[in-house]
Design a binder for this molecule. Sequence first.
Ligand code: NAP
Length: 272
Amino acid sequence: MKYESIGSISLPKIGFGTWKIGGGSNANHSLDLQSLAALRSALELGYIHIDTAETYGAGHTEELVGQAIRGSGIKRETFFITSKVKPEHLQYDAVLKSCEGSLRRLGLEYLDLYLIHWPSSGMNLAESFRALNKLVRDGKVLHLGVSNFNLKLLKQSQELAETPLLTDQVPYSIFDRTYAKNGVLEYCQNNNILLTAYSPVGQGHFPVNKTLMSMAEKHKVTPYQIALAWLVIQPRVIAIPMSFDPQHQKENFDAAEIELNSDEIEQLDPMG
Ligand SMILES: NC(=O)c1ccc[n+]([C@@H]2O[C@H](COP(=O)([O-])OP(=O)(O)OC[C@H]3O[C@@H](n4cnc5c(N)ncnc54)[C@H](OP(=O)(O)O)[C@@H]3O)[C@@H](O)[C@H]2O)c1
């Protein structure tokens, strides 16, 4: 696995997403066996950055992540656990309460990274960051970040955070360049902020074209792996694909090792 380092923090280029594990917007207990099996195989493969959120499965996903971590026998310190506070909970007391809830469901004493999941129209960002900064001071959270924030909001957040803002988690893939076009990617790269690419394999619905196919054949990998390799070859970019399928999980994990040459990158760059 290749890593992206910022100061003393080193994060794997490929982490594991958990949206749909344990349910979507609501808990789906009928998926528990399948969800726990997916989490177990991801941890066995060596994924250590796990991305979750209080909204996933209405909190149930965090419970399953916690269960899988405890069951793995792997030390807490090995993992890098990200969770997120939802836009309806951005008032001072609500942020503190949300974090407590995530910690309780995960069974953890601290989160490695805590993000504002989405901006909300009526939010008071200064108030939210007062609470987030307190969580860091109290040792409940090690690092802060945001998600789905445009450049203006990202810069405001940087000003309000008492510690360096670690990431903006946004949709980014070979076929979705919204956050490259709106300036967030370049800003992150020039300001030591990670861009965490979510939906990095297009939620499993890539329009696989001839270029991706032939490059995949040449490297003896899949087009999805080429798409991931193209993402994480970029400085300051990490990705968090989700998969229930152990084979896909392994392919995604291994994609960071694929060496694309400059000709190949030039062919992939204009694809978005
Ligand atoms: N911050 C936010 O607002 C936000 C929004 C969306 C997502 N996220 C985070 O980002 C994570 C990833 O995004 P996502 O789940 O939306 O989309 P994604 O990772 O791009 O796609 C997941 C889908 O792609 C399939 N897939 C994964 N790897 C594959 C492979 N190698 N070959 C073929 N199919 C593959 C999976 O099916 P199988 O299970 O069959 O492999 C699954 O249906 C989420 O789980 C979540 O943690 C954050």
